[in-house]
Design a protein around this ligand. Structure first.
Ligand SMILES: [Zn+2]
Ligand SMILES: [Zn+2]
Ligand SMILES: [Zn+2]
Length: 335
């Protein structure tokens, strides 16, 4: 099947080209790091190897989530954000901001796919609390939360961790998504997308009381997932705790299903929440992007992504690995 599909969120066109999967050089990249010898700075007992924690979340007498300053920050300091022009084409500005690491678990050999319910709750609360802390910092406009897992996805350490950057600009991807919410001729682009995907079913992976997970119609890469809170809300920190914990579990379920079908893959989890003081229409959401292929010249040169697995096939393959809701959850749905 070859078709162009439009991604109304990013504004990009996607080429679905499922015949290309038969090319001999397509192989899922398996994430393993056999050369790990250094002591891990994120493991319990090695806390001295990192700067002091900005925040810790504990359970049964030990920390379960730890937020620490990044030792190699891309954004730091509180210089006023001022553009400097050095001649007709050279413009720069101070990389002011905050760059933090979230140690997602005390366990070295685990991933979000295997976290307990308590662990996913605390991770989501940490993300909420740190975005709130960033937005109270003068000069900053937007926080980007990410989880890179596996070296191929950009993780430099194996221990499960995420990063949170508070930055003085609104990045292009967000500006484009916000613009596309504004241009969409309906109420909210993602409320509509979640509703139509839920009734179409063929790309639906999980529907719970608070969340919808799909392999979006416009998937730009194989097995990409989009997780949307049912309740319309632009800003992640404004969502009620019930939504946040449900999203934490939906991420776990999605990652577990991907892992069950594809093996131990590298992936990126990207949180998109509206810029702090933005009042324009937006609906916060999560992208899960398995790292199964590499962007090549065509993608880099055109911004047009070629996806060799149709989202319908991806959804069908991993839906079977989503555990049915627990009795307590289904009672809640029924009431
Ligand atoms: Zn470790
Ligand atoms: Zn919405
Ligand atoms: Zn997004």
């Amino acid at each position: 099947m070859n078709a162009l599909r439009h991604d109304p969120l990013s504004g990009r066109w996607i080429a679905i080209s499922s015949d290309r999967i038969n090319r001999p050089n397509f192989l899922p990249i398996v994430s393993r790091d056999p050369n790990e010898t250094e002591p891990c700075p994120f493991c319990p007992g090695n806390e001295e190897a990192t700067p002091p924690a900005l925040e810790t979340y504990s359970g049964d007498g030990r920390w379960l989530v730890r937020v620490i300053p990044n030792r190699f920050p891309a954004f730091s300091g509180n210089d006023t954000f001022v553009l400097q022009h050095h001649g007709p084409v050279f413009i720069d500005a101070p990389a002011t901001g905050i760059h933090e690491v979230l140690v997602l678990s005390p366990s070295h050999d685990t991933t979000w796919a295997d976290f307990s319910r308590e662990q996913t709750d605390l991770v989501m609360f940490a993300i909420r609390d740190r975005i709130e802390a960033h937005q109270n910092t003068p000069g900053l406009r937007y926080s980007q939360a990410i989880v890179n897992s596996g070296r191929e996805a950009g993780a430099s350490l194996h221990h499960p961790h995420g990063q949170l950057m508070g930055i003085p600009i609104i990045p292009k991807e967000l500006i484009e998504e916000q613009g596309n919410f504004a241009r969409f001729s309906g109420d909210c682009l993602l409320c509509v997308a979640a509703a139509v995907e839920e009734s179409a079913k063929e790309r639906l992976i999980q529907a719970t009381e608070h969340t919808i997970t799909v392999a979006p119609y416009w998937s730009g890469s194989p097995y990409e997932l989009l997780i949307v809170p049912r309740q319309h809300e632009a800003h992640l920190p404004h969502s009620p705790e019930a939504t946040l914990v449900a999203i934490g579990t939906a991420i776990k379920d999605g990652l577990k299903a991907l892992q069950s079908h594809l093996g131990d893959i590298a992936y990126n989890v990207v949180f998109h929440s509206a810029p702090y003081r933005s009042t324009t229409l937006f609906h916060w959401h999560i992208h899960i992007l398995p790292k199964l292929t590499t962007l090549a010249g065509f993608e880099l040169g055109t911004g047009l992504y070629i996806n060799i697995v149709t989202p319908e096939e991806a959804a069908e393959n991993i839906r079977a690995f989503i555990a049915p809701p627990k009795a307590a959850d289904s009672e809640k749905v029924a009431s």
